[in-house]
Write a protein that binds this ligand. Structure first.
Ligand code: ZN
Length: 51
């Protein structure tokens, strides 16, 4: 299944046997965020806290 990252718009292929696929499949509004963006968001969240 191909999904589009909500943040950067990059298309990512999700394998059907992964937990991520199950999560997206069972969601009414699947909001996929790719690994790259997830890491960036986490880093920014940590930045906010340390300020
Ligand atoms: Zn992304």
């Amino acid at each position: 299944m191909e999904v589009k990252c909500r943040v950067c718009g990059r298309r990512v292929e999700i394998a059907v046997w992964t937990a991520e696929y199950e999560r997206l499949k069972s969601s009414d509004d699947p909001a996929y965020i790719c690994d790259m963006c997830q890491q960036r968001i986490q880093a920014e969240a940590q930045d906010e806290r340390s300020r």
